[in-house]
Write a protein that binds this ligand. Structure first.
Ligand SMILES: *[C@@H]1O[C@H](CO)[C@@H](O)[C@H](O)[C@H]1NC(C)=O
Ligand SMILES: *[C@@H]1O[C@H](CO)[C@@H](O)[C@H](O)[C@H]1NC(C)=O
Ligand SMILES: *[C@@H]1O[C@H](CO)[C@@H](O)[C@H](O)[C@H]1NC(C)=O
Ligand SMILES: *[C@@H]1O[C@H](CO)[C@@H](O)[C@H](O)[C@H]1NC(C)=O
Ligand SMILES: *[C@@H]1O[C@H](CO)[C@@H](O)[C@H](O)[C@H]1NC(C)=O
Ligand SMILES: *[C@@H]1O[C@H](CO)[C@@H](O)[C@H](O)[C@H]1NC(C)=O
Ligand SMILES: *[C@@H]1O[C@H](CO)[C@@H](O)[C@H](O)[C@H]1NC(C)=O
Ligand SMILES: *[C@@H]1O[C@H](CO)[C@@H](O)[C@H](O)[C@H]1NC(C)=O
Ligand SMILES: *[C@@H]1O[C@H](CO)[C@@H](O)[C@H](O)[C@H]1NC(C)=O
Ligand SMILES: *[C@@H]1O[C@H](CO)[C@@H](O)[C@H](O)[C@H]1NC(C)=O
Ligand SMILES: *[C@@H]1O[C@H](CO)[C@@H](O)[C@H](O)[C@H]1NC(C)=O
Ligand SMILES: *[C@@H]1O[C@H](CO)[C@@H](O)[C@H](O)[C@H]1NC(C)=O
Length: 637
């Protein structure tokens, strides 16, 4: 018995015929599913009755890529690649999409990712792995690592709590030289506030990063996974298939009423059981990090109690999770039971769960299903007052492409802002030479935490607004623009101002004397040359008139340069737009024919092709390696 080896071969799960057919929209309210990179059809219903919408009207950034693979799931046929240089690219799930997203409501967010056999580019790293980051609202969600050419359908999920009427899901490079992120599908599902997991989130302020919803003891003939409609919450429960000698199953209904998490009945009708004990080793965790697990059981063996009892304990890294030894002896026939627990990874970066029958137990321990999550404290989003100012600034300066939280998560805010580390207050605006135009947004005066403003080297017009409320402001660089009007007296009231650059604009009138005094007292670095209309005192102002400006003064020159640059720029833009149009036509034609080929192929998929499509949730996590006796191995990276 002791030397028996269990081989639990998993993962290579061929999805049952996943052809597309419309069966009416019977999906649960609040479900929102986005097919990334797709343009046609804009809305469709998949084989589970779930409605998908194209992302073409939801995001302006990124490039749509059609996979050349013969995929059987339409969401995987296209993906969106973000190969620009912004710090992150975000999709927003909004209340107007489903009416469900309100502050404090809970959601499952899931991303589907599949590079396919012909990814649009090669990963930077020589090990051939794509690496990028996923972000949800202000929190880091996952570091994605997937091999080039992988045809596995990877799904990643996270339980989050909305902080406003919107949830942003963002994709980011893993550093400036990192790989361009890509995604095939995004799904949002409401979660009731009464689940054990959401109650935990409410109490702790944490998000739960999914590491797997696992169904154990599934016979080889069983389904590869269970999801909606069997699971009303549409979690993906991946089947861990087991040889018949290590499982037990029933056709009888299971009462799941006393389990808060609403597990689907199907996953409780099969159960894994072997010997007087078995272990489950969850590895690849961060040392000392906190994890949330949930185990599910249902006594489906009618012999229990009639010819003996089943009593067992569970420990995690030697700490008992079952407070009373007999806790599972009380589970009635065909009634589900769950055990949620918080456990910390040890210094070997793993958690060893041991399921052990007590001495007088006639029946061995068992396990029907489990869920694994990393916990992470959720960041409070940047305040809506600050976000409103940034939104106004984006609109005024033509920067609306920047999406998601302006400051969070740390390191993934907008690259033209600096924020304080702890309370995400904006301390600097760094828009030097950003090729933006428009007026200086008056709303900036509300960002009273600002220390530095760099707006130099753009083509800003209009007057300098009243910034006297920015009491912390130390540097203001507005040089090299096309600002007009006079220098506001209010700038002189900024006591912390150490540097003021206004040179090379079109400012006019008298320079406030207090600014000149502070410059002369070396309290202020103050540059104002290259403004032909400026004068240092009343008497000089009277003497100089606009006509006396030298016609070939510096600002004019640079303005002419600018105009030439703009004309050349426009010309290039027109050319490239035309070229893009031609390319697009060619591309669409090509792909229309590919799609036709694909749909005919899909109807006659060979078993080999089917096996191509695999479904896993986490790198390595769902691979139960073939191991020694009674050891289930879980690895998460
Ligand atoms: C992004 O990818 C598209 C399509 O592959 C390509 O045309 C474009 O030049 C790329 N842009 C950048 C910034 O790499
Ligand atoms: C969430 O937590 C607050 C206190 O932190 C509590 O008042 C409230 O009832 C909780 N809500 C739920 C649904 O548990
Ligand atoms: C889902 O439920 C239906 C009926 O309740 C059942 O026939 C079907 O086998 C279930 N699917 C899976 C994958 O368990
Ligand atoms: C499975 O259940 C049957 C009764 O339904 C029982 O006879 C058998 O011993 C069980 N097998 C295991 C491995 O528990
Ligand atoms: C569990 O995994 C960790 C990390 O790989 C390893 O150090 C430990 O020995 C494993 N435990 C068992 C019982 O295999
Ligand atoms: C076994 O007996 C215990 C106590 O007598 C009872 O609480 C439990 O529900 C029974 N279990 C089954 C599976 O009938
Ligand atoms: C099983 O053993 C425990 C102590 O280990 C004891 O408390 C319990 O009553 C025993 N149960 C039965 C049914 O003998
Ligand atoms: C914003 O998006 C549009 C459309 O994709 C693009 O043409 C433009 O260059 C982007 N602007 C910036 C500042 O990234
Ligand atoms: C902005 O933040 C970056 C990165 O933390 C830092 O290197 C830089 O000095 C900051 N710039 C300003 C103007 O505060
Ligand atoms: C202010 O802007 C000008 C023009 O872009 C630039 O030359 C200068 O270095 C800037 N000053 C500082 C302190 O960055
Ligand atoms: C400077 O402003 C005046 C009006 O104040 C305008 O007539 C003139 O064209 C501007 N000069 C440049 C170079 O834009
Ligand atoms: C500068 O602004 C004035 C209006 O204030 C405008 O007439 C002129 O064309 C602008 N010059 C440049 C180079 O943008």
């Amino acid at each position: 018995m002791a030397s028996e080896s269990i081989s639990i071969l998993l993962i290579v799960v061929s999805l049952q015929l996943m052809l597309l057919w419309p069966i009416g929209s019977s999906q649960s309210p609040g479900f929102t599913s986005i097919d990334c990179g797709s343009s046609y059809p804009s809305v469709y219903t998949d084989y589970e009755g779930i409605q998908w919408i194209s992302d073409s009207n939801l995001i302006s950034e990124g490039t749509s890529v059609h996979l050349s693979d013969n995929v059987l799931n339409q969401a995987l046929a296209t993906m969106r690649v973000f190969n620009g240089t912004q710090s992150k690219y975000c999709y927003s799930f909004t209340n107007s999409m489903n009416g469900y997203i309100v502050p404090k409501a809970f959601f499952l967010v899931r991303a589907s990712i599949m590079p396919g056999t012909n990814p649009p580019y090669r990963p930077r790293n020589s090990d051939g792995m794509f690496r990028f980051k996923m972000i949800v609202d202000g929190d880091e969600w996952r570091d994605v690592q997937i091999s080039y050419g992988d045809t596995t359908w990877w799904t990643f999920d996270v339980y989050v709590r909305a902080q406003r009427d919107r949830i942003d899901v963002c994709f980011s490079r893993d550093g400036p030289d990192g790989d361009a992120p890509f995604v095939s599908g995004l799904e949002l599902r409401p979660l009731p506030p009464t689940l054990s997991s959401t109650i935990f989130m409410n109490g702790s302020g944490k998000i739960l990063i999914g590491r797997g919803h696992s169904s154990y003891g599934v016979p080889s003939s069983g389904p590869s996974h269970v999801r909606y409609p069997n699971d009303t919450l549409d979690r993906y429960w991946i089947s861990y298939r087991t040889s018949d000698s290590y499982l037990n199953s029933t056709e009888r209904t299971i009462n799941t009423l006393n389990v808060r998490e609403h597990p689907p009945e199907t996953i409780l009708q099969t159960t894994f059981t072997v010997g007087p004990y078995f272990t489950l080793n969850w590895t690849g965790l961060e040392a000392g990090s906190e994890q949330y697990v949930q185990f599910y059981f249902a006594e489906i063996n009618p012999l229990v109690n009639r010819s003996g009892i089943r009593v067992f304990s569970i420990s995690a890294n030697s700490r008992s999770l079952t407070t009373r030894l007999d806790v599972f002896g009380e589970v009635a026939a065909n009634t589900a039971y769950s055990l949620p627990a918080l456990v910390d990874a040890d210094e070997t970066r793993s958690i060893l769960f041991v399921f052990t029958a007590v001495a007088n137990s006639t029946f061995p321990p068992f396990l029907a299903a489990a869920e694994f999550f990393n916990t992470r404290l959720s960041n409070t989003l940047t305040s809506s007052a600050t976000v409103d100012v940034i939104e106004a600034t984006k609109n005024t300066l033509g920067l609306s492409n920047y999406t998601g939280d302006p400051c969070l998560p740390a390191g993934y805010g907008y690259n033209w802002l600096n924020c304080s580390e702890y309370n995400s207050e904006i301390t600097a605006i760094l828009l030097s030479n950003y090729q933006t135009g428009g007026k200086i947004p008056t709303e900036l005066s509300q960002l009273t935490t600002l220390i530095q403003i760099f707006l130099d080297g753009n083509s800003l017009q209009g007057e300098i607004p009243d910034l006297s409320s920015l009491e912390k402001l130390s540097t203001l660089n507005l040089s090299n623009n096309n600002l007009s009007g006079s220098i506001p007296e209010s700038l002189a009231t900024l006591n912390n101002l150490k540097a003021l650059y206004l040179q090379d604009n079109n400012l006019s009138g008298e320079i406030p004397s207090r600014l000149l005094q502070r410059k002369n007292a070396s309290l202020l670095t103050f540059e104002f040359s290259g403004n032909p209309g400026l004068c240092e005192s009343k008497s000089k102002c009277a003497a100089s008139s606009p006509q006396s400006q030298s016609p070939d003064s510096n600002p004019k020159k640079s303005n002419i340069g600018l105009i030439v640059a703009i004309i050349v720029g426009c010309f290039i833009l027109v050319l490239s737009t035309a070229a893009a149009g031609i390319c697009l036509q060619w591309y669409c034609r090509r792909h229309a024919s590919n799609l036709q080929n694909r749909s005919t192929k899909a109807n006659e998929v060979s078993p080999v092709e089917q096996r191509h499509i695999q479904m896993q949730e986490v790198v390595n996590f769902n691979s139960f390696h073939q191991t020694k006796s009674k050891l289930l191995q879980i690895t998460s990276v």
